[in-house]
Design a binder for this molecule. Sequence first.
Ligand SMILES: NC(=O)c1ccc[n+]([C@@H]2O[C@H](COP(=O)([O-])OP(=O)(O)OC[C@H]3O[C@@H](n4cnc5c(N)ncnc54)[C@H](OP(=O)(O)O)[C@@H]3O)[C@@H](O)[C@H]2O)c1
Length: 323
Amino acid sequence: MGKMKAVRIDRPTKAEDIMLTECEIPKVRPGWVLLKVMAFGMNHSEQILRREEILEDYIQKPVIPGIECVGVIEDPSDSHFQRGQRVAALMGGMGRSFDGSYAEYALLPAHHVFAAESSLSWEMLAAVPETWFTAWGSLFECLDLRPGDVLLIRGATCALGYAAIALAKAHGCKVIATTHRERKLSLLADADEAVLDEGSLVGTLKGKGITKALELVGPKTVKDTMQCMEKGGIVCNTGILGGIYTLDGFDPIKEIPNGVYLTGFFSNTPTQEVMTDIFHYIEKNGIVPKIGACVPFSKIQSAVEAMDAGTVDGKIVVTMEVG
Ligand SMILES: NC(=O)c1ccc[n+]([C@@H]2O[C@H](COP(=O)([O-])OP(=O)(O)OC[C@H]3O[C@@H](n4cnc5c(N)ncnc54)[C@H](OP(=O)(O)O)[C@@H]3O)[C@@H](O)[C@H]2O)c1
């Protein structure tokens, strides 16, 4: 069907070794649809894939990374989609067990592709699927966020953190957001309070009435986060920014305070219903997804380098050149 440009990796790869290669545009098959990618957001998990997860057996090799994208249906195959329809796709093994979005075209399972009813530009739309689905699921499905809640967001200077601040503020909550870098406190101005996280927060935050907590640093700090909660409070572990993925030797009897609840969110099962709710909510509330940088596909290497350097505040979006 012709050729396309894509990033493909088959081993741990440094940012400076990321390059575009030419490969076949994938052939459509039943149950799968072919998307012309218009833009895609980049994610912390793609950094983990590139650095270490690529060695795992469940990763297809070589693989085109990228766990999300927005674009138009090029070939709907046997699905309900129409050619030219505007869609978003995310997760379900994308960019891990089958090729993902760092490409001009992506062949994706129809059940992980969603109609994107939104007037946002491609660039803005690309900042939404994975980040906003995760923020939405963590806050509403897992934390049962209610107006009036006092929400702690730990590790808030990431795309997910900024989205969660915007959602929680629009929902009528008080937000306390943390960063481990003093110079980034000013980036948390949309929260009600910005707090420097030097490893332990219980001394600073216990007694502040925190009813819900979104833990993005992860197992490195989640025990301390649980200690900051009011009785009846819920902690949702969604992130792993701290680089520690499991709680080894976890003693739930002693380490979960009485009357505090611990849950976790995994973004692997998006639905059309939730994606539609998110697109509508963003439009209705006039929310502008925070984009830290917008990079053309031909400069994908610099986007990956920027992610490694941690110099971009907000979502990195990659756009395809028109033509
Ligand atoms: N559970 C799920 O299904 C799910 C879905 C999506 C994302 N996630 C997770 O959510 C987290 C955020 O993802 P993202 O894609 O939004 O990230 P991102 O935008 O790529 O942000 C990465 C940035 O987070 C910052 N960060 C903030 N606090 C940190 C800390 N304590 N330690 C290290 N870095 C810290 C780093 O910059 P500074 O160090 O300069 O602050 C880093 O540049 C990640 O852990 C990701 O794996 C989970």
